[in-house]
Design a protein around this ligand. Structure first.
Ligand SMILES: NC(=O)c1ccc[n+]([C@@H]2O[C@H](COP(=O)([O-])OP(=O)(O)OC[C@H]3O[C@@H](n4cnc5c(N)ncnc54)[C@H](O)[C@@H]3O)[C@@H](O)[C@H]2O)c1
Length: 368
């Protein structure tokens, strides 16, 4: 089904998609839920764009990214392409005056990420990077408990992000080639989400880290592997909390196991992304599972709860909440906790620190 662009309501936000893979499907669904009109899509070829327009219900297939960015009837561009293309596409989109949602990693090095932050500030447009796990209501609940003092002084962090989709030597993907995926794979791909969540919930930054990385196979299928499969980090935060973070795309049986556990002087909190309806709260007297319920939630958690208690919310719901906030920002609001290009730059800085530490086998002070 295609949309007739002449039917677009006055004032509706008009969106364009770059890419038509997994994330383009997630973005297009969320954009439509937020009330946007999907005006154009471009992919790596005109034929694929035609197929994507039909599959995703987008009004127009564009011949390439340049054509989509030149379109005057597109306000917001969603960049859902391989990592190494992000920086150039995002810069071109900013120069074309678009609001930009760019998938992580925002750029594959710090200089490019910083240039994007500067270019966005000059133009005053809305920018966003989908650190989408911020949009699980129980993550906001955890953040509110830290900010409200229930957790006490942060002592330690136990966190991991584990997957198994790259377990076998025949498991291939463009991400394993640094030319398309960037010099870091596991950390930039999923460790960036984990660090973003640590800093978002804890309300403070990782000040220093030491990392070890591991590349298990030198080749996958026909291609050389030129980035890491696994990263293990020791971290220390600004306030002195210490923590361990394990990031792997070769952990058998683990599919999307992002787990964040914080230990404070009063209580501990544990959030598991695969059980997003729950927050485990522990103290000396016992422990309990807090279940998502808008009736009792912290305000910032309640506002993201799209269905009543007992009606499970998941990944797409979190993404819908994220995109709703992006479009609210485009409409002039300032939603709390929206991850912007500045957060994408932060992830690039942490990724560079991880790679530098793994190379030098030393502690690295992470630039603020
Ligand atoms: N935020 C999240 O939770 C999350 C989850 C998964 C992936 N991602 C990110 O999303 C991005 C895309 O991942 P994916 O899994 O959808 O990949 P994918 O391989 O499924 O899709 C990539 C798409 O990009 C298109 N493409 C390639 N070069 C292009 C170009 N120059 N112009 C236009 N289109 C082009 C391809 O045709 C394809 O449709 C990656 O950067 C990844 O890190 C984010």
């Amino acid at each position: 089904m295609t949309t007739d662009v002449t039917d677009i309501a006055v004032g509706a936000i008009r969106s364009g998609l770059l890419g038509s893979g997994f994330m383009a499907r997630v973005h297009s669904s969320a954009a439509r839920t937020a009330g946007a009109v999907l005006v154009g899509v471009a992919t790596s070829s005109p034929d694929r764009a035609e197929a994507a327009a039909a599959a995703l219900g987008v009004a127009r297939a564009e011949v390439d990214a340049a054509a989509l960015l030149a379109a005057s009837d597109i306000d917001v561009v969603h960049i859902c392409t391989p990592n190494a293309t992000h920086a150039a596409l995002a810069l071109a989109a900013l120069r074309a005056g678009k609001h930009v949602v760019c998938e992580k990693p925002l750029a594959t090095d710090v200089a490019d990420a910083r240039a994007l932050v500067e270019a966005a500030a000059e133009r005053g447009v809305v920018t966003a990077v989908p650190f989408v796990y911020r949009y699980h209501p129980m993550v906001r609940e955890a953040r509110a408990r830290v900010a409200g003092g229930e957790v006490g002084t942060l002592l330690s962090i136990d966190a991991a992000y584990l997957q198994d989709w790259m377990l076998l030597p025949g498991d291939e993907n463009w991400r394993a080639d640094a030319a398309a995926g960037g010099p870091s794979r596991a950390f930039a791909d999923i460790g960036s989400h984990l660090c973003d969540l640590v800093e978002f919930v804890a309300g403070e930054r990782i000040a220093r880290l030491t990392a070890r990385t591991r590349r298990v196979f030198e080749r996958r299928g026909d291609g050389a592997v030129t980035n890491e499969d696994i990263a293990a980090l020791l971290v220390e935060t600004e306030s002195g909390a210490v923590g361990t973070l394990l990031v792997s795309q070769m952990a058998p049986g683990r599919k999307n196991a992002l787990v964040l556990e914080l230990h404070g002087s009063s209580e501990s909190l544990r959030f598991e992304q695969e059980r997003p309806e729950e927050l485990w709260i522990g103290d000396r007297a016992g422990s309990r599972l807090l279940l998502r319920d808008p009736a009792t939630a912290a305000p910032d958690s309640a506002r993201l709860q799209r269905v009543p208690a007992g009606h499970p919310m998941g990944y797409q719901d979190a993404f819908d909440g994220f995109i709703a906030d992006v479009y609210a920002a485009v409409a002039g609001e300032t939603p709390d906790g929206l991850p912007t290009f500045a957060d994408g730059l932060r992830a690039a800085v942490l990724t560079a620190a991880v790679l530098e530490s793994a190379e030098s086998r030393s502690w690295i002070e992470v630039p603020a």
